[in-house]
Design a protein around this ligand. Structure first.
Ligand SMILES: O=C(NCCCOCn1ccc2cnccc21)c1cc(-c2ccc(F)cc2)cc(O)c1O
Ligand SMILES: [Mg+2]
Length: 214
């Protein structure tokens, strides 16, 4: 049996990126996805928008739903202020195993907690497990039909506070129409759409930034 795409992506990182250099890990993955094999990382174009929102929020506690190979995990963690941390949830153990090695290569492992399992199980345990009171920033990048139920779950668990920022990937492609409807027609959120393209393609996609108003 052969290697998987995430395993080939990891090899490309180990071969082409400098250990302890997050930017070189990001560049190595983008190069691999443009020139060898497409993969569902947020990518460089939407990644720049992600960077600008993370830098603006400068979160002390951040949550990512959907680790995959750890590309956006590294993008977010490299911009966190000292002492801040990122919790990232991954459902697929094979993806999680690759992500742990990509994260280790970047040198950012001390800022990142990778939790394996379904978001519906992990979210209610975050407070007790990580001693957090609320989340400053959430990046949604997992199953698109889980964006609404998990946003409601974050609210119900008291993990959002006035000013918490949600940033959702793929709201156009593959699409998250129910999520757009939820945050855009909800008085408790102030939403804005950032038009972009599906990673490594010319297909339209974008990110939806939503501020929880409390
Ligand atoms: O599907 C995508 N992402 C989700 C992965 C599974 O996530 C599952 N998952 C991860 C934590 C987690 C926790 N609990 C439950 C499920 C949980 C995804 C897909 C595409 C895409 C676009 C066009 C295509 F032709 C084909 C694919 C692009 C993206 O940027 C994506 O993010
Ligand atoms: Mg995505």
């Amino acid at each position: 049996t052969g290697s998987s795409r995430p395993q080939r992506l990891l090899k490309a990182v180990q071969r082409n990126a400098a250990k302890g250099d997050p930017q070189s890990v990001i560049s190595a993955i983008d190069y691999f996805c443009r020139h060898s094999e497409w993969a569902m990382n947020v990518g460089d174009e939407k990644g720049s928008i992600l960077d600008s929102v993370v830098s603006e929020v400068s979160p002390t506690t951040a949550l990512e739903l959907g680790t995959y190979c750890g590309y956006s995990t590294v993008r977010i963690a490299r911009l966190l202020p000292p002492g801040a941390s990122l919790i990232t949830l991954e459902f697929n153990p094979d993806y999680a195993a690759v992500a742990r090695q990509v994260i280790a290569h970047s040198g950012l492992q001390d800022k990142i907690h990778l939790v394996e399992g379904p978001s519906g199980d992990s979210i209610p345990k975050l407070k007790e497990r990580f001693g957090i009171t609320s989340l400053d920033f959430v990046f949604l990048d997992h199953w698109k039909d889980r964006y609404v139920p998990d946003t409601k779950l974050l609210e119900e668990c008291g993990l959002l506070r006035k000013g918490s920022v949600l940033l959702a990937d793929n709201v156009i492609c593959p699409g998250a129409p129910e999520y757009l409807d939820y945050v855009r027609n909800n008085p408790r959120y102030e939403s804005r759409y950032f038009q972009s393209h599906l990673e490594y393609t010319n297909v339209e996609d974008g990110l939806e930034k939503s501020v929880f108003l409390g």
